[in-house]
Write a protein that binds this ligand. Sequence first.
Ligand code: TXE
Length: 481
Amino acid sequence: MIVINNYVNGEFIESTNGCTIDNFNPATNEKIAIIPQSSAKDIINAVDACKASKSSWAKLTIHERAEWLDKIADELNNRFEEIATLESLDTGKPISLARNVDATRSVNNFRFFADLARKMKKTQFEMNDAMNNVINKPVGIAGLITPWNLPLYLLSWKVAPALVMGNCVIAKPSELTPMTANLLAEVIHNVGLPKGVFNLVHGYGNSCGQALVEHPDINLISFTGGTATGKIVAKSAAPMFKKISLELGGKNATIILDDADIISNIDNIVKSAFLNQGQVCLCGSRILVHESIYNSFLKQFLKSISTMKIGDPLDENTKLGSLISNEHLEKVESYVNLAKNEGGEIIIGGKRPNLNGKISEGAFFEPTVIVGLNHNSRTATEEIFGPVVTIHQFNDIEDAINIANCTKYGLAASIWTEDTKLGESIAKKLDTGMVWINCWLHRDLRVPFGGVKSSGVGREGGFYSLEFFSELQNICTFFNS
Ligand code: TXE
């Protein structure tokens, strides 16, 4: 069992009130760590640390700050296996996924933003009699709030651009997954980043997280989490005119046209539904299939699902681990019960698997497929965030587009067709921030990431992140005659 501290002003310290939160491995229910249950006082201390260091950090050139990002990436890479193991223990996700997705992206995020920052070009607009220079200044203090599904992957996605643009950072990871945020603080400490530039404060969302959002001297909030929490964050931050980015939930459609190459793509479609036990905001949890290929699709889909091994997250062959917590498992189960009440038929899964040994009481749930539901039903439109998909038939493309657009969410979608031109024309009619055609989660870190409607506000990714984590200032200099 590990005792985790906050990291404030270059020191690992307990919360000022001395209170703690127990942290569990959801696959075994073992207590694996104790973390600080921080309060507003700890946020105030972190803000003071940022204030003391922000002008010297902001004075460095962007190239000097990019060097720091590379040092962090190198040290993270040295601890690659440790990142994967901690992430697997903390979330219950399969170790192979923690390596290939979480650990890999966490290192890459630092490298990517270091390289991108070095490529930033001057923006100038010349007039007959003057020159406009648009410069990117640091915003100041950035508050970064992250969820439990991809802990270090999402935290590094915010920390790297925030630092490289000259901001000081206060990070508040999910209280359910503190391990790799702590590892990041150790890495940052070991590489010798100036104290106070990066601070990490652990605690509950409604106390510690809320205090972060409400602190008047924190100039920017980048939040990834649930839509209900996003509303609270937006409401608190808006009167202070903070810069804000909200990456929220999704209920993404997977649209399969009648000419789709099902055989070649079935494993990717299954992955889009169940990666990380369906706990990715981009997961395709509503599958819309053309009625002419419905039966053949269903056969392939169920066959592929049945090969996925559920089990010990630390086993190399495990494809599906546990959900994040027993509480979340109960939420997922409640949706399966709701689906039955709404007239749905569960054709695979729908229950906790029988597992033995130390994982017998873990938060596991079988991959579940529900058919026969109205596309407007609650099960088919609300975010479940678990290994549960609903399948719906359509007979013409406009029908599919209407079904895809019928939820309050608008994060992502995927379209599967041999006619990519048709796919692109459908994509334009979808109310989402992102669409993949014949692929899913195929990520180029330069592209804008984010959603519309209840899926969020703003875009991060590539230069969009660098712009969000900076304040644009235009300097118009009149030519001397
Ligand atoms: O997330 P929360 P929860 C969805 C998913 C899930 C639901 C709820 O549907 O079932 O959200 O999950 C911090 N002020 N997603 O409750 O509460 C909290 O401590 C400031 C989608 O676990 O949104 C954590 O650090 N911060 C999602 C972070 O917010 C607050 C990923 C996210 O927690 C706060 C996760 C407050 N008042 C869940 N209250 C995605 N977009 O990928 C909580 N927090």
